[in-house]
Design a binder for this molecule. Structure first.
Ligand code: AMP
Ligand code: ZN
Length: 493
């Protein structure tokens, strides 16, 4: 279904700093590139948040009927320890410390990344290319940039000439910087560097004798600069100009700024129509980051085995928590926040499950069609998931009112309500219904939630013997049910 013909999305474009009407280059098709992880350690929940935001965007675009080619790369070479093209390659360093092959590092953390994505119910991207699989394309790009006069070679390394580029283009247009300020704020070169100017960045680096990850090139053995891989892979699969490029806010500068410069220098056009940036996840008010060590790994949150949180949380609760704020807002991961999301998530799932039992009436007291469009309007407004969730809760309230005979819907409206709730909760937000969860920490709570639901059904059917039996037998094995105004909760002794 080509829903996109009726639903007009507006996206916040980091390049213009404004919300813009989304119009893909080719009608009905969307090309989207998102910078993937550097696979030198386990992904943390901050990384997961950014990928989850783009998973939600991918899901919504697909839901609207767009044919989306979603490319998310794996950085398995070239990402140095600091942004000034100095320090060791992150993967090589890990390999050296652990005395294993760099490709063993890559394999281990790529497997972990995929495992985490599976647990969180991510849709796989259409293409997942690696930097090491695209060395030839990267060398070709360096050649084009040099041919066009925007790069120079020194001692086997090739650097992008930012000052030359800035004579005709604006280096810094994405991150709202300008070269004069950058010059003012950077340390002068210490005489060790081959660069003409500190603002220049490496397209190709000479490999020193001990550098294991190396490839032959016209400039001698070396490896590509980190920014280059994304230009090579995005344009290879999506064309010299494509629709959406995403990543975390921290990648705006220098990574994405350099991607723009590379593309303009090599191909004469700006690569992307809509630059989208997801905001940072914080832990206790401080940005979650591998560098500072202020991280929680997804497995630790899912198992409850960590020093920050009082209990385990399920993947869907974490997804729900993420969706309760806009992808453009900073989000602070706290125990209270997760507990509130857990309650909200169960409230929504309980309502969706209860909906199965409701019978149609002769008339409707609620305008489902109008409510459905409000859900689309929320998503069309730069993927505003918190507003969407507010509408989903409105539906949950309605379902409970229908159960209590305080509202009614015709069978047709009930069907529409059910379809819309399923579309947005499962297809778009990627939540999993509690009865479908299967991770270790969730098995028990999933089973208890199922029993709570069966007990609710028994009560609805006035089968009080059954509902008491469920409560008493759970109590006998140490599981206490407590009925409250927000539904039934449980504790395990
Ligand atoms: P990296 O593996 O460090 O290149 O990061 C992979 C992705 O995670 C990038 O898009 C980063 O911008 C993003 N990222 C890193 N830290 C955070 C954070 N604390 N919150 C949200 N996204 C993050
Ligand atoms: Zn990238």
């Amino acid at each position: 279904m080509q829903l996109y013909k009726d639903q007009q999305i507006h996206v916040f474009n980091s390049l213009s700093g404004q919300k813009e009407r989304f119009q893909p280059i080719v009608e009905g098709h969307v090309g989207m590139y998102v910078c993937g992880p550097t696979v030198y350690s386990n992904v943390h929940l901050g990384n997961v948040r950014t990928f989850m935001s783009f998973d939600m965007i991918f899901r919504y675009l697909k839901h609207l009927g767009f044919k989306v080619r979603y490319v998310r790369n794996i950085t398995d070479a070239g990402h140095l320890e600091n942004d000034a093209d100095e320090g060791e390659d992150k993967i090589t360093k890990k390999a050296r410390l652990e005395k294993i092959e760099p490709m063993e590092v890559v394999q281990r953390y790529t497997v972990d990344f995929h495992n985490v994505l599976d647990i969180f119910n991510f849709l796989p991207p259409s293409i997942e290319p690696t930097a090491t699989g695209h060395i030839i394309e990267q060398i070709e790009l360096v050649k084009s940039i040099m041919d066009n006069g925007f790069a120079y070679e020194v001692n086997g390394s090739v650097y992008f000439d930012v000052h030359k580029f800035n004579e005709t283009e604006h280096y810094g247009k994405l991150s709202k910087r300008n070269l004069e300020d950058l010059v003012h704020n950077t340390r002068a070169l210490d005489g060790q560097s081959d660069k003409k100017n500190p603002q220049d960045f490496a397209l190709w680096k000479r490999a020193e004798a001990q550098h294991i990850m190396r490839w032959p090139s016209p400039w001698g053995d070396g490896f590509p600069g980190w920014h280059l891989e994304c230009t090579a892979m995005s344009t290879k699969y999506l064309g010299d100009k494509f629709d959406i490029h995403g990543g975390g806010m921290d990648l705006k500068f220098p990574h994405h700024e350099c991607e723009i410069a590379q593309n303009e220098a090599a191909k004469g056009c700006s690569p992307v129509n809509y630059w989208m940036h997801a905001n940072m996840l914080q832990l206790n008010g401080q940005r979650m980051s591998k560098t500072t060590g202020n991280t929680v790994n997804p497995h630790e949150l899912l198992s409850g085995d960590n020093k920050f949180f009082s209990k385990a949380y399920s993947p869907s609760v974490i997804r729900f928590f993420n969706a309760q704020s806009s992808y453009r807002s900073v989000l602070d991961l706290t125990d209270n926040g997760l507990q509130a999301s857990e309650k909200g998530f169960h409230r929504l799932m309980d309502a969706i499950n209860l909906l199965e039992e409701l019978k149609g009436d002769s008339s409707s007291t609620f305008n489902v069609q109008e409510w459905k469009q409000k859900c689309y309007d929320a998503m069309n407004d730069d993927f505003n998931t918190p507003i969407l969730i507010a509408h989903l809760f409105e539906a949950a309230k309605l379902i409970n009112q229908i159960k209590d005979n305080k509202a009614s819907l015709t069978s047709e409206d009930l069907g529409l309500l059910k379809q819309t709730l399923h579309d947005f909760s499962f297809d778009v937000l990627g939540l999993m219904n509690i009865t479908e969860m299967n991770t270790g920490a969730d098995k028990l709570s999933g089973a208890i939630e199922l029993l709570i639901e069966l007990r609710q059904q028994a009560r609805l059917n006035k089968d009080f013997a059954m509902s008491d039996k469920i409560r008493d037998e759970l109590a006998a094995v140490g599981i206490q049910l407590k009925d409250g105004k927000d539904g039934t909760t449980f504790t395990i002794n």
